[in-house]
Ligand binder design. Structure first.
Ligand code: SDX
Length: 426
């Protein structure tokens, strides 16, 4: 027997039947694509809290359990045993790479990490204090002008080339945006360095690529820093149909260039309700200043008349601990001695968490720390400036956005995204 949901309009006593489509994991859906043509009404779902916008095989989140899987594999297993580049390969190809596939993938990204020399002039157009997210969004859209042939691609090989190109170039664009914002000369990517090490190199190196060594001549990009950044990129790689991925799919649905779709994702991510929260968390911890002040700010977060919100807390899907937050907290504890993490900021964060997790206001609303609550303290310890926190999120997430873009393009059922409205005007 077919699974259906029946709805009755009590004004007319008319009933309507809609099919249920089962998921392989998580909630089923009610197919309401014929709802308007059958009922003459629209459904209304402010913020899409109960709306599935597509079918996807990429990432699965169980908000109640606090579970996250990329291509069916749990995030805990992936961060423990695999590098970010293996995760990129997994998301793009639905399987983890073998040794040879990984080497080829890594080499290809290294060779594609350079950007066209003309793009340098774009950065000069921005004032020194320009926020790197603005520059990153603009430069990513500008990349489409150098690869206009990606506009009409439709086969696997072209999708893979387009995807590897943008994954490889985003860290360079982000690093250039930062270097411009501090008036420092650009450092070109060094193809002898791994993906994550290369990003730290492009942020820190002196002109000519010289890296001053520490007091005892030690290499100033430590392996532990590279591993921490690699884990952070993995944790940010994809997250189902979040706001910025929805923006990417929306632009993809009109047939625009894939790199302007990524640029739209960067713009959407910048908001402090989304990826911009990681920058706001550190600003907030610094504003709170000491453990003694935490209670007063918790009271403000609970006050409905006060706009203040605890940045890094709450999530549309997770009504339990964000599994990524748990992993980052573990990483914080692991790094605190090796990278002398800012103990004051950590103490304030731990105090917020301790109070909030026992306070009725947060418990009743199922507000837990999310990925942004812990990432900032680690990024600060990696000497990454606060203005570059959300660009780090962009670097991690680009593989997710482009994988979602490809899935959209391959889905024969997908159409232009064009929701309706409840008109309440004159
Ligand atoms: C990311 O979607 C994703 O997957 C995103 C992301 C990804 O990987 O792509 O996970 C990355 O964006 C993480 C979230 C980062 N944002 C923040 O940390 C900003 C602070 N958090 C909030 O603004 C909020 O929690 C959201 C935006 C994350 C979620 O908002 P919702 O789901 O729309 O929830 P809501 O605003 O309706 O809040 C429900 C209630 C409200 O109280 P009442 O009206 O019921 O009394 O909870 C309260 C809110 O006032 N609330 C908070 C709060 N978050 C929600 N109160 C105080 N502090 C907070 N942080």
């Amino acid at each position: 027997m077919k699974s259906t949901v029946t709805m009755t309009d009590n004004r007319t006593e008319k009933s309507y039947e809609f099919d249920i489509i089962e998921a392989t994991r998580g909630p089923s859906v009610v197919d309401i694509s014929k709802f308007y043509s059958e009922t003459g009404m629209f459904t209304y779902d402010n913020g899409f809290t109960s709306t599935a916008s597509c079918k996807s095989k990429i990432t699965f989140i169980d908000g109640a359990k606090g579970e996250l899987r990329y291509r069916g594999i749990k995030i805990e297993e992936l961060t423990l045993n695999h590098t970010y580049l293996e995760i990129c390969y997994l998301l793009l190809n639905s399987k983890l790479p073998n040794e040879e596939e990984l080497q080829d993938f890594d080499l290809e990204l290294r060779h594609r990490s350079l950007i066209h020399e003309n793009l340098r002039h774009l950065f000069q157009a921005f004032p020194a204090g320009a926020h790197p997210m603005a520059t990153l969004s603009a430069a990513t859209a500008a990349l489409s002008t150098f690869y206009y042939d990606h506009l009409n691609i439709s086969n696997e090989a072209s999708y893979q080339e387009m995807a590897r190109r943008i994954i490889a170039k985003i860290p360079t664009v982000a690093a250039f945006a930062y270097r411009h914002s501090i008036g420092a000369p650009f450092i070109h990517p060094d193809i002898d360095r791994s993906f994550s090490e290369n990003f730290l190199y492009m942020l820190r190196a002196y002109p000519g690529g010289k890296m001053h060594r520490g007091r005892n001549g030690e290499h100033i990009i430590k392996d532990i820093e590279v591993k921490a950044l690699d884990t952070i990129f993995t944790l940010h790689a994809d997250h189902e149909q979040n706001a910025s991925t929805t923006a990417v799919r929306g632009v993809a649905s009109t047939g625009a260039h894939p790199y302007v779709a990524i640029s739209a994702g960067i713009s959407a991510l910048w908001g402090r309700a989304h990826g911009g929260a990681n920058e706001s968390v550190i600003a907030q911890l610094k504003m709170i200043g000491s453990v003694e002040n935490v209670d007063a700010f918790i009271a403000r977060a609970k006050d409905p008349t006060d706009e203040f919100r605890l940045m890094g807390f709450g999530h549309r899907v997770y009504k339990n601990f964000d599994p990524r937050a748990k992993i980052l907290k573990g990483l914080q504890d692991q790094l605190k001695n090796e990278l002398n993490l800012d103990s004051n900021l950590m103490q304030i964060a731990n105090k917020i968490e301790e109070i909030a997790l026992n306070d009725e206001y947060f418990i009743s609303r199922k507000l837990y720390p999310n990925i942004d609550f812990y990432s900032g303290v680690i990024l600060t310890a990696l000497q990454i400036p606060t203005s570059m926190f959300t660009p780090v999120f962009v670097i991690g997430r680009t593989v997710g956005w482009i994988t979602q873009w490809i899935e959209f393009k391959k889905d024969k059922e997908m159409k232009i995204a064009r929701p309706r409205q409840l008109y309440i005007g004159k």
